[in-house]
Design a protein around this ligand. Structure first.
Ligand code: NAD
Length: 492
């Protein structure tokens, strides 16, 4: 791991942070600013301009002209692939800088930012570069004297709205497939964590690898986000964030041009551990590894542990000392295993859910409080004897809080696992192959993990059912969503 670049970041933060559109940095039309701070120290880092509807309009106009520009529109697929690979290379070359900015503004440890976020933030460009000339249409077996075939056209301007938990990674999950298909983009990061994306914009700008208007960034929060979702000249919005805001995006689309919408939303994912597992200690270890990573601010994190009653006590006896030993601390301290929650409102929300859990009668087994007097640190928290009806078993907390629920039968546990509005991910641990298949079929989740929670790969669809989302990211599924399908009939 390269050393962090804190001294560089301090100097970089002295410059004003600006939007980026039409190939230029821009202060925007609004004088409103958002104070960006370090969640570990609560100290101010810099001010982020709050983008207005006028700013979004200017960025969309720039993206429209970028889309019409022959330098982008007529670029060969091979050349487009080369450009994408260069974007990935920029992330790789500046990995330590970008990881430093990510850790500073999000609170996650530098290790997590460097090893988890950045490699995939770069590699996703390579993956989609490979697709630029491989997305074939179909030749359709129609009747009559016709040749009928389909093709995939780019949509035009795509609005990409990103949350604060994996700021650059989730932005690049969207930017790479959108550009691979020949679109132009207006990206809006979350105001708390705009630094890595705006640094990436600087790197792209300095490298001069994209024609003006192809890649645009509008900073800000709900005002800019609403303006994107309601903009009639944006053809598609890809959104990752909360289910509440996801509904607003759909309303924005319905109230404007019925733009295509992809939603990656919240989760309350179950992880079911049966009593037939061969290696209890290994299962505890794997479960512990997935429970609190990125301080629980991870949409697919397993937050409901269903433990068979025969192993319930043994599982917890092994788990709790591991949880108690977690070192919470400042991002750049190499000893830190869990950083600060991303912002004050999130920190307070997590603490309030812990109080709700206690008042609902759940048994507090680990954590349950903030740690330190400064910074938004919450001890990793485990509740036992949680019942299905408790709010901590139903509502997304988005922090390091796990609920453990005992069960007796397969039928009962599948019903409980599915008994929530969400359907993002689910895990099953069992040594019985038939049971693994049965339960995987029955679970209402976009992603099911058997005997290893939390797999992900660019080649596999990512996303949720029910109130966890619409559509999928990754693989060919992202590409489809950044294109319009056209059917062409030729009479012969
Ligand atoms: P959020 O919904 O508050 O914000 C997400 C983005 O939407 C931010 O950029 C925000 O500024 C913007 N926004 C806010 N109000 C808006 C509005 N009215 N119109 C348009 N945009 C608006 O979510 P968050 O708090 O940043 O992120 C946490 C949530 O994201 C959690 O619910 C989590 O589960 C979810 N998430 C889901 C996935 C997934 O892939 N399913 C991945 C990561 C996070």
């Amino acid at each position: 791991m390269s050393e962090h670049k804190l001294d560089w970041a301090k100097r970089w933060l002295e410059k004003p942070i600006r939007h980026y559109w039409g190939g230029e940095f821009n202060s925007g039309n609004s004088s409103q600013k958002f104070q960006s701070s370090n969640p570990a120290t609560e100290e101010n880092l810099t001010e982020i301009p709050e983008g207005s509807a006028v700013d979004v309009d200017a960025a969309v106009a720039a993206a429209e002209s970028g889309f019409k520009n022959p330098a982008w529109r007529n670029i060969s697929r091979r050349e487009r692939a080369r450009v994408l690979r260069q974007m990935g290379e920029l992330v790789r070359k500046h990995q330590a800088e970008l990881a430093t900015l990510e850790a500073l503004s999000n609170g996650k440890t530098y290790k997590e930012a460097f090893y988890d976020d950045m490699p995939d933030s770069a590699d996703v460009f390579d993956y989609y570069a490979g697709w630029t000339d491989k997305f074939y249409g179909e030749s359709c077996p129609v009747d009559g004297s016709f040749v009928n075939f389909t093709q995939r056209d780019p949509i035009g301007v795509c609005g990409l709205i990103v949350p604060w938990n994996f700021p650059l990674l989730l932005a690049n999950w969207k930017i790479a497939p959108a550009l691979a298909m020949g679109n132009t983009v207006v990206v809006k990061p979350a105001p708390f964590t705009s630094l890595s994306l705006i640094r990436f914009a600087e790197l792209i700008h300095e490298a001069k690898i994209l024609p003006p208007g192809v890649f645009n960034v509008v900073l800000g929060g709900a005002t800019a986000g609403e303006a994107i979702s309601r903009h009639s000249r944006i053809g598609k919005v890809s959104f990752t964030g909360s289910t509440v805001v996801g509904r607003r995006i759909v309303e924005g689309s319905a109230g404007s041009n019925l733009k295509g919408v992809t939603l990656e939303l919240g989760g309350k994912s179950p992880n079911i551990i049966f009593d037939d597992i061969a290696d209890l200690e290994g299962t505890v270890q794997r479960s512990f590894g997935s429970m609190f990573s990125h301080k629980g601010e991870k949409c697919s994190e397993p937050t409901r542990f269903f433990l068979h009653e025969k192993i319930y006590n043994r599982f917890l006896e092994s788990l709790i000392p591991k949880v108690d030993a977690v070192i919470c601390g400042e991002q750049f301290d190499p000893k830190s295993q869990q950083g600060a929650q991303c912002h004050k409102a999130q920190f307070e929300k997590i603490l309030s859910y812990i109080e709700i859990g206690k008042s609902e009668g759940a048994k507090l087994l680990a954590g349950g409080e903030r740690t330190g007097k400064k910074g938004y640190f919450v001890r990793p928290t485990v509740f036992g004897e949680v019942s299905q009806k408790m709010r901590i078993a139903q509502e997304e907390i988005f922090g390091p809080v796990v609920s453990c629920i005992p069960f007796r039968t397969e039928e009962e546990v599948v019903a409980m696992a599915n008994d929530t509005g969400y359907g993002l991910a689910a895990g099953v641990f069992t040594a019985d192959v038939s049971r693994a298949h049965r339960v995987a079929q029955a679970l209402e989740a976009g992603m099911v993990f058997v005997n290893h929670y939390g797999c992900y790969d660019f080649a596999s669809p990512f996303g949720g059912m029910k109130e966890s989302g619409w559509g999928r990211e990754m693989a060919i599924h992202s590409l489809e969503s950044y294109t319009r399908l056209k059917s062409i009939w030729i009479k012969y």
